[in-house]
Design a protein around this ligand. Structure first.
Ligand code: VAH
Length: 326
């Protein structure tokens, strides 16, 4: 049985998911129970002061081991990663960071007898040969980005450490995540966040994918609930140890622009694809997440209108702070 006295470590804690996962875990388990670990990105003062914060380079095995022992960690949410667009700019670094850090986490998970490990996969595991609509849980995984390659390799590494060592590793194939608490960078789905900031700041956005580009997308509140939900599930119900498909919405960049236009007077959007179009084109339009719904009761709560309302309200509130210019 998990030792509930041992603490939780979140790596990549200052990233798009970590910034919202850390508070959610602290609400559930107590602020002092959750150690937030960043690396290069500087946290806001509020984030740094909200509970235990440190930095770690998860590719450094000795440094990571020392951190796990110092704080008596029993559960790791290992979020540190290079995303798809940044990964294509430096594939070698993407492999080293994404896979090197995961291997360290898994090896230390066995050596220090971690109770649980969470690791995020992505729809980036899919490629041009994968069925594009209602992509099944088990299907062809031939990604055309290094980020996707690291996610396929990582999923199989997690499954191996469960099968070989009994390590309780769980993962989710996150869709493109849409949030307003951090400004994401280095991803292909970033247009789905940038559009809200640009609409409020300038009333115009130039989108870097075509209007008819459809992707599986999800509001961050749903992603956090899925993450907490899969980790809270009885281990006997977990039938997937690579990573679960979890889905919420599928819509095109043009549909998103139309929803924003209906709420922001005078907003206009044009579409000028860049190198990220080819990455988006390699990913599916929608995912089948029936296995996650069956195994541990996954169910999204946000539809497109409620997502857009939440994002516009959140970005308007956030713009009082220091948002970078898109
Ligand atoms: C990216 N936001 O764009 C990430 C995500 C599905 C996309 O993995 O790389």
């Amino acid at each position: 049985m998990p030792n509930r006295n041992r603490r939780i470590l979140v790596t990549g804690a200052v990233g798009q998911v970590g910034t919202e996962l850390v508070p959610a875990l602290r609400d559930r388990f107590g602020a002092e129970h959750v150690i937030a670990a960043g690396h290069r990105t500087q946290p806001s003062e509020g984030f740094r002061n909200a509970g235990p914060y440190t930095t770690v380079d998860a590719t450094d095995m000795d440094g990571l081991k020392a951190l796990l022992q110092e704080h008596d960690i029993g559960v790791i949410y290992h979020l540190a990663t290079l995303l798809s667009a940044d990964g294509e700019k430096d594939p070698e670094r993407a492999w080293r960071v994404n896979l090197g850090s995961l291997k360290n986490v898994l090896d230390l998970g066995v050596e220090l007898e971690m109770d649980q490990i969470f690791w995020p996969s992505s729809i980036a595991v899919f490629g041009p040969t994968t069925p594009r609509v209602d992509t099944p849980q088990r299907t062809i995984l031939e990604p055309t980005t290094m980020y996707g390659v690291t996610k396929v390799a990582g999923e199989n590494l997690c499954n191996y450490y469960f099968t070989r060592y009994g390590l309780d590793v769980r993962g989710l194939r996150y869709p493109g995540l849409i949030s307003h608490e951090t400004f994401p960078g280095g991803g292909t789905s970033d247009y789905s966040v940038e559009i809200f900031v640009a609409a409020i700041e300038r009333g115009h956005y130039t989108c870097f994918v075509n209007a008819d580009t459809a992707l599986p997308l999800m509001y961050m509140d749903d992603a956090i609930r899925a993450t907490v939900g899969v980790m809270a599930a009885d281990a006997a119900r977990i039938s997937v140890r690579t990573s679960y498909n979890v889905s919420a919405l599928s819509f095109t960049a043009g549909e998103l622009a139309a929803e924003v236009s209906g709420r922001v007077d005078g907003f206009t959007c044009d579409f000028e694809p860049d190198f990220r179009q080819a990455i988006a084109d390699s990913w599916p339009d929608s995912m089948d997440d029936s296995v996650a719904r069956r195994d541990w009761g996954w169910k999204p709560e946000y539809d497109l209108p409620t997502l857009v309302d939440a994002m516009l309200n959140g970005v308007r509130e956030k713009l009082g702070g220091a948002w970078p210019r898109v």
